[in-house]
Design a protein around this ligand. Sequence first.
Ligand SMILES: [Fe+2]
Ligand SMILES: [Fe+2]
Length: 170
Amino acid sequence: MATREFTDAIMLLKNDHREVEDLFTKFEKAGDSGRKWQIAQQICNELKIHSLLEEEIFYPATKDVVEEDLYKEAHVEHDGASVLINDIMESGGEGEFFEAKVKVLQEQIEHHVKEEEQPKEGYFAQVRDSDVDVVSMLDQMIARKEELKAQAEAGGLPPAELTAVDADAS
Ligand SMILES: [Fe+2]
Ligand SMILES: [Fe+2]
């Protein structure tokens, strides 16, 4: 299994970031609308799986070792992306704003990835400086990722749920 090439959970998450960046580039280069819609769905699925891995496993396990602001902003940024992801999936690749939505999603993700990967102050760097065991977290993450991928292939993942924005609204 390809995911076995990683030595810890952060490496897996960073590799997800690279894969989704490649998909955004492919989206930009794609010539016809059918191909763009196909790639957009791949982007949304990859992001949904990645966000769930962070929201279910990585963020809860690291809450106490990163700056509170960073932890909270990460959740709100995921929610911002989720709103666009759900909208893009519902659009069927149709509509005047389809490409603009994918472009803005890309920009939001670029910003969020920077906050996670920034040297020294970034989310991942703060976790690396802590005693959180990201090596043993890898197995749990691989298992969950396989489960979510199977679910996506079997009929699709449900819409992404908001974690912070909804919580404050209720
Ligand atoms: Fe991430
Ligand atoms: Fe994230």
